[in-house]
Design a protein around this ligand. Structure first.
Ligand code: HGY
Ligand code: MN
Ligand code: MN
Length: 410
């Protein structure tokens, strides 16, 4: 079986051209015209490969290679093509186009699967639009029901229903959830988004667990006013409360007792944002994660307690909205074993490791045995324009994935 590296790299480059940022940056936000054009490009590749393509009411895309036997759960592979602002060309894309290449390589080698093999492109893995990540896999796994999804609003107050309808995805949200047993296994190929594989010069990572992400949206309201005329004792400055909170996020995560706990204040919006006006309103976006769900929850509770104390001391109003607090996911041993056997067959060194980034596999693990396959990325950089994965590593990842799909699909 031969992976066509040239074809795959050309497609990855073409996918990167669908961007709303100046190259090499990639910005491809959910349901934007750029996202829709990228989806159309992917659909054309899947149809050219002779796969049966369908999209669900949220825009999750499924490209299916029917198996020889009827009525068996399929083997899924895939990832996402949406990209946060000023990201890179490989996050998610390697798993979608690499998954397609694995399927094409198997087809071209004359392999016939017993079970169907299906490529997935999940809608909205990134939280950019609605504040919560993995919307497509959250919905199709049943982790979130239609009511929870319908409550989501974007920054302009538009609902998920309005946004998806504008992009031509209609149909009841209830129809997104997959029937029991739809998949027998799921494997996602992804760049590591960390430095370990490159540092240890190991080409393959086998992901044993995915860290548990929690996100908070915090709205602070103080007393605005003239930066020159209002004396310091009379101020209620929302930005300074936010600054104390951001430092508390760092302190709470750093003192959890484990390096696995991370905390980030990635959104810090200030209103009105004028040099001579005291900030009256601030919106914070806080991301707290850990491979241990209980430890993560303790840190979240600590941060919420600190927000209350800081705001009461400073006379600042606050609203805290826990957008999501997902449990960690453990990989399926049978899928890990299939990945391990494939890497060994190919004579590739590998290491078992946790994923600190979340992925759609976090939710696929709720409906079938799931595991991820990592390849190195330069300096571990990701979510930035200079994100890079070497063609040789991408090809090796696809070769391990193809063999693993063949093993799992019989
Ligand atoms: O944030 C994450 O972990 C993923 O890259 N969306
Ligand atoms: Mn990402
Ligand atoms: Mn990703």
């Amino acid at each position: 079986m031969r992976v066509n590296r040239q074809r795959l790299m050309t497609e990855i480059e073409k996918m990167a051209s669908f961007t709303d940022a100046p190259p090499p940056a990639v910005t491809r936000v959910l349901y934007t015209p750029t996202d829709i054009a990228a989806r159309a490009y992917l659909k054309s590749l899947c149809m050219e490969a002779g796969l049966k393509v369908r999209e669900d009411a949220l825009g999750n895309l499924f490209a299916r290679w029917e198996g020889a036997e009827e009525g068996l759960g399929g083997v899924g592979t895939g990832s996402h093509i949406d990209a946060i602002p000023f990201a890179g060309a490989y996050d998610g894309v390697v798993g979608v186009l690499g998954g397609l290449e694995a399927i094409r390589s198997l087809k071209e080698s004359g392999f016939t699967p017993r079970r169907p093999i299906e490529l997935l492109m999940f809608t909205s893995e990134e939280p950019t639009c609605f504040g919560v990540g993995c919307l497509g896999s959250r919905a199709l796994s049943g982790a979130w029901n239609a009511e929870q999804l319908a409550k989501l609003r974007d920054a302009e107050g538009k609902s998920l229903d309005e946004a998806r309808a504008e992009s031509g995805f209609s149909g009841p949200l209830e129809s997104v959830r997959l029937p029991e047993g739809y998949y027998s296994a799921f494997v996602e190929l992804h760049i590591e988004q960390g430095p370990l594989l490159e540092r240890e010069d190991i080409p393959i990572g086998l992901v044993t667990a995915i860290a548990a992400p929690a996100s908070l949206r915090v709205c602070l309201s103080g007393q605005g006013g003239h930066a020159g005329a209002v004396l310091m004792p009379d101020r209620r400055d929302a930005l300074l409360a936010g600054a104390e909170i951001a430092l508390e996020v760092e302190r709470a995560a750093s003192s959890s007792g484990a390096l696995d706990t991370v905390g980030t204040t990635g959104i810090f919006n200030v209103h009105p944002g004028a040099i001579n006006s005291i900030p009256s309103r601030v919106e914070l976006g806080i991301d707290i994660r850990d491979v241990d769900g209980e430890r993560r929850d303790r840190v979240v509770a600590q941060v919420i307690g600190a927000i209350q104390a800081i705001c009461e001391r400073r006379g600042i109003g606050y609203e805290i909205d826990t957008l999501n607090a997902d449990p960690p996911a453990l990989s399926g041993e049978a899928v890990l074993a299939a990945l391990e056997a494939s890497a060994q067959e190919l004579g590739l060194a590998y290491k078992r490791m946790a994923s600190r980034a979340y992925h759609d596999s976090l939710f696929m693990a709720r409906i079938c045995p799931t595991a991820m396959l990592f390849i190195p990325c330069k300096n571990g950089w990701s979510h930035r324009p200079d994100e890079y994965a070497a063609p040789e590593h991408i090809e090796q990842g696809v070769r391990v994935l193809a063999r693993t799909l063949a093993r799992l699909a019989g």
